[in-house]
Design a protein around this ligand. Structure first.
Ligand code: TMP
Length: 210
């Protein structure tokens, strides 16, 4: 039987645990024999990874919100065209660490850009490729930032933005979950790791078997 393709996205504020859980889901599905790839945004292609370096490093206010929006969109368009579309066409399950909802939460809700414009730019960068399931990891931003900054990485441009920015991201994600109940599942980022991974696997298998 040919496996159905599926696009699964992981979303959330800084230090919410989404990257750990996307790796667990990838390992588990692979172990079960599914054809699956794991990728990330910004990134996933050589060009998009180059844009990533500009976006996630350096001083937090170095790029204005509009330029930021277009850089994320350029990275995404390349990634969708070269990696995601191809994989879905080949009946693979694609796990993507961040996608369009990050742009809506960060550049839209927190960056105060017009949400209709952000949605339109998202649409231009992805075409018809919308996620089938989106896991949104929710955590108190103060706790999340503390976790993220403890991880010893140099990609801290967003982590270093003020706490109000991160609170707006959290509220933004809750609005996105409310507006897209058919695909979004909110996960409490402070729950036990095993408990979360079990829930995510169950929901994913349900979707695969639909
Ligand atoms: P990461 O921390 O999940 O690796 O993501 C890199 C950073 O980029 C993170 O701070 C969130 C931010 N980001 C946006 O602001 N907009 C976007 O569209 C994406 C994909 C990421």
């Amino acid at each position: 039987m040919i496996q159905n393709s599926l696009l699964i996205t992981f979303e959330g504020g800084e230090g919410s645990g989404k990257s750990t859980q996307s790796q667990i889901l990838y390992d588990t599905l692979k172990e079960k024999g599914f054809e699956v790839i794991k990728t990330r945004e910004p990134g996933g292609t050589k060009f998009a990874e180059t844009i990533r370096e500009i976006l996630v490093q350096g001083e937090s206010n170095k790029i204005d919100n509009i330029s930021e929006l277009f850089l994320f969109a350029a990275a995404r368009a390349d990634h969708v065209q070269k990696v995601i579309k191809e994989s879905l066409k080949n009946h693979k399950i694609v796990i993507c660490d961040r996608f369009i909802d990050s742009t809506l939460a960060y550049q839209g809700y927190a960056g105060n850009l017009d949400l209709a414009i952000v949605k339109e730019v998202n649409k231009i960068s992805i075409g018809e490729i919308y996620p089938d399931i989106t896991f949104i990891f929710d955590i108190d931003p103060t706790q999340g930032i503390e976790r993220a900054l403890g991880e010893n990485n140099k990609e801290t441009r967003f982590e270093e933005k003020d706490i109000m920015y991160h609170k707006k991201i959290r509220d933004g994600y809750m609005n996105i979950a409310r507006d897209n109940p058919h695909r979004c599942v909110v996960i409490n980022g402070t729950d036990d790791i095993e408990q979360i991974s079990k829930k995510i696997l169950e929901l994913t298998l349900d979707k695969i078997n639909e």
